[in-house]
Design a protein around this ligand. Structure first.
Ligand code: NZQ
Ligand code: ZN
Length: 385
């Protein structure tokens, strides 16, 4: 096991009817900016619950943060923060609203002229403007981590940022919120969380027995609850297990002391930037090709995953590893998620070359051994056509 440090300061308030507890978490003298997305919270009652809880707090609002939070929109929100002397941010939404809020938390204290530099120059935020979240969509784990991914339509870029100052102060997780989520987004959430675990697990054996079993148990739980979540999101048992699994998949716990890959996400982000494909779907496109291309380097963990998560008992290590990739692809299909780029766009020719070109410009070497070169990414994306 590798050496590690672990600190996660986010307070989680989990369970039925917990949104009302907002009133205990926001400092009484705070000047709050409530941030939300395209308006789902106004239809499903979450907005009303939040407003009731904040009845005695000074609150401004900023709505319209789009899926794949857009830099230009966030710059409008930043102006509100400055003009209104906001001191506290409250994200009410899924990963996009929470990530947008993290960007604002960083940008509000950023001393340079161009906040986009936070993304291009890897500025780590040591202390941002404090913020809390009310999660409306289990998927990204953003509610309990310190990372964010921001999109810039103008340049067709989607880049990551983070820093120890960007953990939410608190996050409220009421699993009942999933009842209004469209099936497509539920499937996305299951796929995203599943892939988050794979990115931190499907590397090479390092003798971290507990981390492996944490990871496998999250995967098993997602597989177990997925059919019920999709069929009946009012099933509280399934909803609560789904929500907590998504948070645990990317709150730092399972990545401690082990190598991480994340190349699937980096290639996937380019597909969202270029074609606007939902984040989770880009992961389902890249995952099978990535594991086939890197089969030799990953086959021990693939076989272990096959045995423990999919109960594959027959054959050699290679046989089990290969079957595990097939099982993963079949799982995505069962969720209603297509796994080829050509399922999403007719204009896929040239994508692999473009991704490789971008990675080369950024000097990226990816994967658990930083050995995945732009030429490899090109081949993987091509395999995913
Ligand atoms: O915008 P509104 O109207 O709220 O509708 C949203 C949006 O259209 C809707 N929705 C959310 N909660 C709902 C709901 N509809 C009905 N009822 C509810 N309770 O769902 C749609 C998608 O929302 P979004 O926030 O975009 O989804 P998700 O949570 O999957 O977030 C995706 C973003 O997170 C980033 C992705 O790249 C993408 O930009 N990620 C962030 C990560 C992180 N910070 O750690 C890690 C991830 O790998 C990921 O990259
Ligand atoms: Zn993801």
């Amino acid at each position: 096991m590798n050496n590690f440090e672990f600190k996660n300061p986010t307070k989680i308030i989990f369970g039925k009817d917990t949104i009302e507890q907002l009133k205990n978490e926001i400092p009484a003298d705070a000047k709050v900016l409530l941030l939300y997305g395209g308006g789902s919270i106004k239809k499903n009652g979450i907005y009303d619950q939040v407003k009731t809880a904040l009845a005695n707090v000074d609150v401004n609002e900023f709505g319209g943060i789009p899926a794949n939070p857009e830099y230009a929109t966030l710059m409008d929100a930043l102006k509100v923060i400055k003009d209104e002397n906001i001191t506290y941010l409250l994200a009410v939404g899924g990963g996009s609203v929470i990530d947008g809020t993290k960007f604002l938390s960083a940008a509000a204290v950023f001393e340079g002229d161009t906040p986009w530099d936070i993304l291009t120059k890897n500025v780590r935020t040591e202390k941002g403007m404090p913020f809390g979240t009310v999660l409306t969509l289990p998927a990204t784990g953003s509610e309990m981590n310190s990372g964010a991914v921001i999109t810039r339509e103008e340049t067709k870029e989607k880049l990551a940022m983070g820093g120890p100052g960007l953990f939410p102060v608190f996050s409220i997780l009421d699993p009942q919120v999933i009842t209004s989520i469209p099936e497509r987004q539920l499937a996305n959430g299951l796929t995203d969380a599943f892939t988050h675990v794979l990115e931190q697990y499907m590397t090479y054996p390092i003798g971290a027995l507990l981390q492996d079993r944490f990871a496998e148990s999250i995967l098993q739980t997602l597989v177990e609850v997925a059919p019920t979540v999709l069929k009946d999101p009012t099933n509280y048992q399934a909803a609560s297990n789904f929500m907590w699994s998504c948070t645990m998949a990317l709150n730092g716990l399972i990545q401690k002391g082990v190598p991480g890959d994340w190349a699937i996400h980096m290639m996937g982000h380019e597909l969202t930037a270029l074609f606007g494909i939902d984040h989770a779907r880009t992961l389902a496109v890249i995952t099978p090709s990535h594991y086939k291309y890197n089969f030799e380097a990953k086959k021990e963990k693939l076989a272990q995953y096959g045995e423990r998560v999919w109960n594959i008992t027959e054959g050699s290590t290679d046989d089990k590893a290969y079957a595990a990739i097939e099982k993963t692809t079949a799982f995505f299909h069962e969720l209603g998620i297509d796994t080829k780029l050509s399922d999403y766009t007719k204009d896929y020719e040239g994508t692999a070359e473009e991704v490789a070109k971008r990675f080369k410009t950024r000097g990226w070497k990816l994967g658990e051994r930083q050995a995945l070169m732009p030429e490899d990414a090109e081949k993987i994306v091509k395999m995913a056509y």
